[in-house]
Design a protein around this ligand. Sequence first.
Ligand code: AMP
Ligand code: MG
Length: 423
Amino acid sequence: MTTASPAAGVVSLEAARRIVEQHAATVSAGKLETFDLISASERTLAEPIVADRDFPPFPRVTRDGFAIRARDVAEIPARLKLIGEIKAGDAPTSAVNVGEGQAVSIMTGAPLPPGADAVVMIEYTAQSGSTVEIKRRVKTGENFVPRGAEARAGQVLLDRGTRVDHAAIAVVASVGKSTVQVFRKPRVAVLATGDEIVAIDEIPGPAQIRNSNTYSLAAQIRNAGGEPILLPIAPDELVRLRDLVEEGFKSDLLLLAGGVSMGKYDLVEQVLSELGAEFYFTGAQIQPGRPVVFGRCTQQTRAGAPAPHVHGRYFFGLPGNPVSTMVTFELFVRPVIQALSGRKPQPLIFLKACLKSDVRTKTGLKRFLPAVLSGEFENAEVELAPWKGSGDIAALAGANCYLVIPPDREQINAGEWVSVMMR
Ligand code: AMP
Ligand code: MG
């Protein structure tokens, strides 16, 4: 009954990631917006952040102690003459100039006075009156940061495309900017499909399921830096599905959930084909999530040209099983949303943890099984969440990561170090 069969096939996880990353590298970010520093948090910089002066702007002392000349303490103990005190915030003056045999009492954050080339920590000194005894040697350059050592005035501190996290905000604040240019969040349309799916404010019939995917995806989109646009549920019926898909293409990216498997009423790929879609993959060798589809509307449709806004839009067809939907989002959708947000590409990072109890699986697919990561400091431990398959949302909510199982492993024993994908 399917008239249009997508050309692309099932590829490995790694190949699917490469394909997504290659396409993500070609998308352009949206318009620029200006926000105050706090509101810009977790968005993406659309302007480079440039040092407005040298960092640090003066030779900044990093310990409480005494500013001295290192050669004066080559022999210890050394007795030096105390000639003054400089605290944080005191302007550097030539009035205090550390000469041979002299020391200046100095605080963390204060400017190193001229003449001095090191700071001895207060712990290694004993002061009596105007004499200070130095009990430990220091090398030239110790315990202060020279002017401009971190950055010179005019130097780029943060590139365009950097995520505005708390550390980036510290940099923006330190150059004296109270507002910052960021990229507009990409609009990501979410279209759940399925005759059995009902809206959450409806009373489901005996064979109906409430729509959870639209909401989990919306949360993931937000977390990835996008703005979710929620569409009504599409039935497994060509005309209505097609209308809603076209509606979805008004956004920067369209995510469909459900209807991409091999069932008789899985119509998503057919509708996309009719809208002129080019498919880059129609499955990945993973579980859950194998039927995932990625493509773009590029070609002329058979039934005439598509609405202009459809052209060039990327889409994902995510499998409808809630866990599959979540996993395939993390693996494939996130990089495209990041690229549409103007963000530099981020690699998919797996952590290592010690497996707590034996795991048995079937070989052939790379598996992402909901799991619980625990243990503090260097003692990360992981074990499978007790879940009943791809539809078990409650078990997934109790998990906090995915255990990644290579396709060639049938049995993994407790005590082995395994890969974990955070969520
Ligand atoms: P499908 O990918 O359409 O074959 O759906 C696979 C499974 O996921 C079926 O059991 C569906 O009922 C379920 N499912 C599909 N869409 C949703 C949704 N939006 N919310 C919750 N469950 C869904
Ligand atoms: Mg379905």
